[in-house]
Ligand binder design. Structure first.
Ligand SMILES: [Zn+2]
Length: 371
């Protein structure tokens, strides 16, 4: 049995300023597509008492308050155990924490379950309540209605301009201009006609988590897709596959000289080329199903752009090369850098600016049977 996924995505500006042209894509970029953007702050920041930063890991909660209760909202081809479901959710988040194999870049992104915080769809003064990332099941959502059978999800996040102090990047840069994400809500289709497997659930959830981090769909922004890349040329889809995370300026991503906006057609000359499999495409190729952790070179570049990672001193400088680069990077990250995370601030009401955005994924599954 071969499954092919089709999808379409819309970006809604619910409130506030007109959204920018996008990129690989980011939300809220300025006209050049590189400046600005919405991302989680690396410095601890409070909005109305809600901590909303990368500090301590992005905290996520589940509708129903437990893995079992959340799992039971969905219809399963084979009902998973609670342990299997918990592992699936965790692995969807952890896909975004994996080391980029092409560059060896790790990440300071971490995720932490926070099930004691009830999920909430409320938005107060551009602050999305609940945990930092809330997971919902719904039979009716912005992009589907009852009896919908498609395996699909959608994500909404809110962000706020935070004034003069601006954002601290994961590279340590302070005063970076842009928007701080104040919360994200991920919703997955729970109609009984939508029959999930753990594999599809993990893949769709991983895509939606990409939105919750501030990445847009690469194939939906702009008339033919405006896309941050380093070298795209028409009729050269192979150029959508090279690694370019190392070309990103970690102290000032907007000043990455090698990056430009490209119009990439969403067809066989571009994103629909069979060899181009980007997690943040709204049309998820079935090849990705087995390709955990899913992230392509373009997805890693998007992560590096929003959350730049500075390569730590190589341990073989110190211990004569016993660790591989990847192991060294991982151990460095898990060792923590608490000393960098002491800049706490709170933002008074009312918001200096308000912008609410939603990235939506519609994911239609077609099943064809061969032989
Ligand atoms: Zn999407």
């Amino acid at each position: 049995m071969k499954r092919i996924l089709y999808a379409a995505v819309a970006v809604l500006v619910i409130n506030g300023l007109a959204s920018s042209a996008g990129a690989f894509g980011i939300f809220d970029a300025e006209a050049d597509g590189l400046h600005g953007g919405s991302r989680w702050d690396f410095a601890s920041i409070y909005f109305n008492g809600n901590e909303r930063s990368l500090q301590g890991g992005l905290r996520y909660s589940l509708q129903g308050g437990s893995y079992q209760a959340f799992k039971n909202q969905f219809t399963w081809e084979v009902v998973p155990t609670n342990a299997q479901f918990k592992r699936t959710v965790r692995k969807a988040f952890e896909a975004w924490t994996t080391v980029d194999p092409a560059t060896g870049f790790g990440t300071k992104l971490r995720f932490q379950s926070d099930l004691s915080t009830p999920v909430s769809r409320r938005v107060v003064s551009s602050v999305r309540l609940g945990a930092e990332i809330d997971l919902f099941a719904a039979m009716s959502a912005s992009n589907w209605d009852i009896e919908d059978e498609n395996l699909q999800g959608e994500t909404a996040f809110s962000s706020r301009h935070i004034g003069n102090k601006k954002i601290r990047l994961t590279s340590g840069t302070t005063g970076y201009s842009g928007y701080a994400i104040t919360g994200a809500d991920i919703t997955l289709n729970s109609n009984p006609e939508a029959i999930w497997t753990l594999g599809w659930f993990r893949l769709v959830l991983a895509h939606e988590i990409g939105h919750a981090l501030g990445l847009a769909d690469v194939d939906v922004v702009g008339p033919d897709g405006m896309f941050i890349d380093d070298n795209y040329e028409d009729e050269r889809p192979a150029k959508l596959r090279n690694s370019f995370a190392a070309k990103i300026n970690t102290t000032n991503p907007a000043a990455s000289g090698h990056l430009h906006l490209y119009e990439v057609p969403n067809d066989e000359e571009g994103l629909e080329h069979p060899a181009v499999n980007i997690l943040m495409e709204s049309e998820l190729d079935s090849e990705l199903y087995m390709a955990y952790p899913y992230l392509s070179n373009d997805d890693y570049a998007g992560r590096q752009f929003l959350y730049p990672y500075v390569t730590p001193p190589q341990p073989w400088d110190l211990v004569s090369g016993k660790l591989s680069g990847a192991e060294a990077t991982l151990s460095h990250v898990s060792g923590g850098n608490a000393g960098l995370l002491t800049d706490t601030r709170s933002i008074p009401e009312p918001a200096s600016g308000a912008l609410v955005l939603a990235g939506l994924l519609v994911l239609r599954r077609r099943t064809s049977r061969a032989g």
